[in-house]
Design a protein around this ligand. Structure first.
Ligand code: IPE
Ligand code: IPE
Ligand code: MG
Length: 249
């Protein structure tokens, strides 16, 4: 006999993606430099990971640095790189102990060798973990992702592994970042802006979107709970009618 499910369990997302936005405004409200906000944002990252571990959400993808973020003032970019390095040195052991698999997704070759090596080492070290898949998008762009997938598929066509006429969404899908994760069920953006900013594009085709006014450093378990409650109340129709969904068709 299967034990009864905990109330609401079936309404939990299997994969949550978050645009962690609002660090700069959080700092400005305190008359502090933007880097102060990024620093404060790290605690919220920890909180979100722990939240997913507690709630048995199996996949979490965080947008940490977009391909467009290189255009920020050089001192802000260096401060962010410094934070990434330190966070890697500090957090990987413990996350590994919790059974977290860490993956960085994005164009990693653009990072300084010291950082790229640390990212690779964290991925290698935690590769066999299964409790939570934590994907951190760095130097990531949704358009870049689709273009790199197309380029790799084109090479397969060129090598005669697949016919050009056979190319469809199913043959492209395996080349995209996060191909081995379930589709994103819940897409959260904090900080009040209502846009995707070139984060996951393909992968959020049928995600439910939750815009939170909370600035990222203040995004706590209560705010995450609110996003989950919002998600649980949505009817996901995937193109069908409400009656079909209700009938389980
Ligand atoms: C998000 O916060 C963090 C990164 C983009 C790295 P912002 O730095 O964009 O904060 P706001 O949007 O200026 O408040
Ligand atoms: C998106 O936030 C990128 C990250 C959160 C890492 P931005 O703050 O860079 O987005 P825009 O430029 O305001 O749309
Ligand atoms: Mg922003």
């Amino acid at each position: 006999m299967t034990p009864p499910k905990t109330a609401g369990t079936e309404r939990l997302p299997r994969h949550v993606a978050i645009v962690m936005d609002g660090n700069g405004r959080w700092a400005r409200k305190r008359l502090r430099p933007r880097s102060f906000g990024h620093h404060a944002g790290q605690k919220a990252v920890r909180g979100a990971i722990e939240f997913c571990l507690r709630r048995d959400i199996p996949a979490l993808t965080l947008f940490a640095f977009s391909s467009e973020n290189w255009q920020r003032p050089p001192d802000e970019v260096s401060a962010l790189m410094e934070l990434f390095l330190k966070a890697l040195d500090r957090e990987v052991d413990e996350l590994h102990g919790y059974g977290v698999r860490i993956r960085f997704v994005g164009e990693l070759s653009a990072f300084a060798p010291a950082l790229a090596q640390r990212m690779q080492a964290a991925m290698d070290r935690t590769a066999a973990n299964t409790r939570l898949h934590l994907n951190i998008a760095v130097n990531y762009g949704g358009r870049w992702d689709i273009a790199q997938a197309a380029a790799r598929l084109a090479r397969a066509v060129q090598a005669g592994e697949i016919a050009a006429d056979a190319v469809d969404e199913h043959s492209l899908a395996p080349y995209l970042c996060l191909a081995d994760e379930p589709a994103v069920d819940l897409f959260i953006r904090t900080g009040g802006e209502q846009r995707v900013s070139n984060f996951l594009l393909w992968q959020i085709a049928y995600a439910e979107i939750h815009f939170s006014p909370v600035l990222w450093p203040d995004f706590d378990a209560a705010a995450f709970d609110q996003a989950l409650a919002d998600y649980a109340g949505r009817e996901r129709r995937f193109g069908k009618t409400s009656a079909q969904v209700a009938g389980g068709a």
